[in-house]
Design a protein around this ligand. Structure first.
Ligand code: RUB
Length: 310
């Protein structure tokens, strides 16, 4: 469990961050438990896996990728099953999730790149591997793409995006978050990632995303979301709300220097479907109104209940 606790702490403190990466780390953590478990029987093994799953789930509440990855790995584990079968099942599923998640990012790049034209100026926010995959793939195809990245206060994930884009050779400009509306007249398309997508097509992503969508809408700039299908939140179908993580005020300001000051630090916001033109998934491009159909197709097993009880 020591390794799992380390992975959980890395996710919580954002040493590992981004919805896709934390999902893959969670799957990797479960594979480690399966490999190293000293359980003497299947019941003990399932208990260990459940404990690890709960710990991983407690790290960050908003990105549904985390719980979808865990459900994918642990679904339907039964104590009546042979211990060695359970071990192999968890390891194989974790491996399968990691592999298909990485392939999805690549595929989203290929599919999304078709929507970028030569000469497009594309704005992105935060640091999304799916969104960057679209920009970088189009650029590598020879389209003259220029990127704008927001700083993405308070954690400055925009710096990571800037580095990735520059490393790929994409001409990149950074702006502060509050410059978005001013700059929007120079932008052709906005592409962001997602931490969760609700059944009505609303997109939960890094704080500030919904303001960018609003500015894009006002300026008639297309607003794309790049998201693997495991970013769709199946339980929103039964009315569950997506929890918005509020992080430590210290990320925003040194509060010791401002006695009495209240600070709020919501890490994500919700962009209503009306402001989203397209969602680019590894299965194809959909309008936000098709979120429900994607969920039905992808999460059949989840919607009809998981017997793992985790
Ligand atoms: C990251 C963030 C990203 C999504 C999608 O927030 O909001 O846009 O997670 O990323 P944080 P990806 O830095 O707080 O984790 O496409 O890489 O999954």
């Amino acid at each position: 469990m020591r390794e799992v606790r380390k992975i959980a702490s890395d996710i919580k403190t954002m040493r590992v961050r981004g919805a896709g990466k934390i999902a893959r780390e969670a799957a990797r953590a479960l594979a480690i438990v399966a490999e190293r478990s000293k359980a003497r029987n299947s019941e003990e093994f399932i208990r260990e896996i459940s404990e690890a799953s709960r710990l991983l789930l407690s790290t960050r509440p908003t990105a549904v990728s985390l719980s979808n990855a865990i459900q994918f790995v642990v679904r339907g584990l039964k104590k009546e099953e042979d211990l060695s079968v359970l071990r192999t099942t968890v390891r194989n599923r974790a491996e399968e999730f990691i592999k298909s998640s990485l392939e999805a990012v690549k595929r989203i790049g290929e599919i999304g790149a078709k929507r970028l034209r030569d000469g497009d100026v594309v704005l992105t926010h935060c640091n999304s591997q799916a969104a960057l995959s679209v920009i970088i793939t189009a650029f590598k195809q020879g389209k003259k793409i220029e990127a704008f990245v927001t700083e993405s206060r308070p954690r400055l994930q925009g710096w990571l995006s800037a580095r990735q884009l520059l490393a790929a050779g994409v001409p990149t400009t950074m702006i502060v978050d509050s410059a978005v509306r001013f700059i929007m007249k120079e932008i052709d398309k906005v592409i962001v990632g997602a931490d969760s997508i609700a059944s009505n097509g609303a997109v939960v992503n890094k704080i500030g995303t919904s303001q960018i969508a609003l500015a894009a809408h006002e300026a008639r700039v297309l607003f794309f979301v790049a998201a693997e299908t495991y970013k769709f939140h199946p339980r929103t179908l039964i009315g569950e709300l997506i929890e918005i993580e509020e992080r430590d005020p210290e990320e925003v300001i040194d509060i010791k220097k401002f006695p009495g000051l209240k600070v709020r630090n919501p890490a994500f916001d919700i962009t209503p479907p009306e402001y989203v033109d397209l969602i680019i998934t590894e299965r194809g491009i959909i309008p936000p109104s098709a979120a429900y159909s994607v969920m039905k197709e992808v999460f059949g097993w989840e919607l009809f209940g998981s017997s793992s009880g985790i």
